[in-house]
Design a protein around this ligand. Structure first.
Ligand code: UDX
Length: 437
């Protein structure tokens, strides 16, 4: 099918590339001329495993191309996906100005029937507004349908998530639009759920907030484990083996971050308030997430006594492994706080260094070129992101290079008993701390 995707950010680019890879003809549109130039030159602005190869393959096969012109996209495709940012406003509500602008621009060039699909994460009822807007600004009275088709991609495994989805949600009113959408997704061989537009919009916010709720649940349990001497990982295993609960997203840590969960939960709270049905459970989810960082910092403070002038290595700056994304990263917040309290921070991340260096709030940190360089002579190590590289570190080398062998593991990457045997003071989340034998 002929498809255009407006917005070549994370979601737009991965979606466009994967649609092309299964045989559709895709035009990715972006209003950032520099980005379009970069993409045309074969440079990929984000790090996502597998993405670069897919883009190159499909550009060569002439199934994927890039442009700055919405008109080119609208004229040459049956289906137009909107995948532009929906950033948070200061009060937690969503800034829909990019979506609205694209709707107006589509309306300006729409001549024949098109399906306009909202892929960006938006509050319930946005589909109605998009339809109203296109109708208002399209002078030719062209026919169109609006569809909600939320994405469920996780950064770091977005290509795999897109190629092998658990489900496809299509929120639409018109049978014709539903048929066309089914054709787009047929090759993925995934279950398709057809709903009304509002339900599809809600599914996205509900899915993300439910996953965040699972994380906050286990994080609250981790505090109880620390107070009672239980082990949060065993507890998570024990409850996760019940298939009604499931083990996924029950990993305790220093809290969720990233460009989705914090924003989407705030947005869902704001929307439910506006609808007169406050979702206070989600306020508690947010509170627990904040408290998790505070508790971790308290453990660091209580152990090191004074942070001023302490040489502290931080492993991990991205909000999760296998991405270079540092937006709303708990790791960055930690570095910021350690610096504020006068510590001398040496940070390292396998992929996030470039983006982290640009963050003003942590400009006073030193950036090491390897994990081992970061811990040389360090008085403590903080593990803030669960990269595999850190889990596989040579503990004998780590022990030898650190000035004082104190490790604060915010992601439960290492094994307490092994750490004790190697002579570390080791603190993790929801598990008893250990001291050298
Ligand atoms: C999330 C959703 O998973 C995805 O479906 C949606 O489309 C976008 O938002 P993403 O933000 O890429 O994806 O990352 P995810 O893997 O969900 O992790 C989010 C945060 O939760 C990370 O900071 C991660 O470290 C944290 N997390 C995740 C935990 O602390 N514990 C867990 O058990 C799982």
């Amino acid at each position: 099918m002929d498809i255009s995707i407006i917005g070549s950010g994370y979601v737009g680019l991965v979606t466009g590339a994967c649609f092309a890879d299964i045989g559709h003809h895709v035009i990715c549109v972006d209003n950032d001329a520099e980005k379009v130039k970069q993409l045309k030159a074969g440079e990929i602005p984000i790090y996502e495993p597998g993405l670069e190869e897919i883009i190159h393959r499909n550009v060569s096969a002439r199934r994927l191309r890039f442009t700055g012109s919405i008109q080119e996209g609208v004229e040459n495709s049956q289906i137009i996906f909107i995948a532009v940012p929906t950033p948070p406003l200061p009060d937690g509500d969503v800034d829909l100005s990019f979506v609205e602008k694209v709707a107006r621009e589509i309306a300006g060039v729409l001549t024949d029937y098109r399906v306009i699909v909202d892929k960006s994460t938006v509050p319930v009822k946005t589909g109605e507004k998009v339809a109203e807007s296109i109708k208002r600004y399209n002078r030719r009275g062209a026919k169109f349908d609006v569809v909600s088709n939320p994405e469920f991609l996780r950064e770091g495994c977005a290509v795999a998530d897109l190629m092998h989805p658990d489900r496809i949600v299509i929120g639409a009113q018109s049978e014709h639009a539903i048929d066309l959408m089914k054709k787009v997704y047929e090759p993925f061989m995934a279950p398709i759920l057809v709903t009304d537009i509002s339900s599809a919009e809600l599914i996205k916010h509900c899915a993300n907030s439910f996953l965040a709720l699972k994380i906050s649940y286990i994080n609250a349990v981790s505090a109880i484990c620390e107070a009672s001497g239980a082990d949060v990982q065993r507890v998570a295993d024990g409850i996760g083996m019940d298939h009604r609960i499931g083990r996924d997203f029950l990993n305790a840590g220093i809290g969720y971050g990233g460009s989705c969960f914090p924003k989407d939960i705030a947005a869902f709270i704001a929307i439910s308030d506006q609808l007169g049905t406050p979702f206070n459970l989600l306020r508690e989810v947010q509170r627990i997430n904040e408290e998790q960082k505070t508790r971790f910092l308290k453990t660091i403070r209580d152990t090191l006594w004074v942070l001023r002038e302490k040489r502290i290595a931080v492993w991990g700056l991205t909000f999760k492994p296998d991405t270079d994304d540092v937006r709303s990263s708990v790791a960055i917040e930690l570095v910021e706080q350690l610096l504020r309290e006068g510590a001398y921070v040496i940070a390292y991340d396998p992929k996030g260094m470039h983006k982290a260096r640009a963050i003003k709030a942590i400009a006073d940190a030193e950036f090491a070129s390897s994990a081992i360089e970061a811990i040389s002579d360090a008085e403590a190590l903080v593990i803030a992101t669960d990269w595999n590289e850190f889990a596989n570190v040579d503990l004998a080398v780590l022990r030898e290079k650190m000035r004082t062998p104190i490790v604060f593991d915010g992601r439960n990457l290492l094994d307490p008993e092994t750490m004790r045997q190697f002579g570390f003071h080791y603190y993790s989340i929801g598990r008893a701390s250990v001291r050298p034998q």
